[in-house]
Design a protein around this ligand. Sequence first.
Ligand SMILES: [Zn+2]
Length: 169
Amino acid sequence: MRVVVRQLDRRRVGEIDADADTSPARVTTIDTGEEVFLDWERAFDDAGQLRRCIICGSEDLFQQKTFPQITPFVIVLAFALSLIGVLGFVTDIAILIGMTGVLLLDVAILFFARTRLQCYRCRSQYSKIQIADYHKRWDRATDTRVRLGDSSRKQDPVRRLRARDEFNS
Ligand SMILES: [Zn+2]
């Protein structure tokens, strides 16, 4: 899989090729030549799909659709065509052909759109992977919770420590 690595402050570190089969403990980024440490422990579920972030360890990931760079261009084109149509500069047939072209382009873009996974906590991006259904789209509630530091991880190290302190006292 391909990972765009980001630090916890969401600063971009670089891009890596992470091979799940060999699961190396550290890799060097392809573009920036920086060393990145990977945490593969419990990273995949039983179906072999990514469950948690191998960069920061967070289990909160969300799905994101990526569109090719051409999308803004198509929107502008569609807007320009409808404007021309409204102002009546050209014949209806020309507009019809133009709009059909834009529609076809739109369909092509949807076809080429890809889904990738992104980590709520560090914003590292995962592509070229199979995405599990339990990773949903981005939502504000989860984002706020992660930002406030309340991770959904079942084993919360802080909570366990506190429990032990209470036991000792
Ligand atoms: Zn992360």
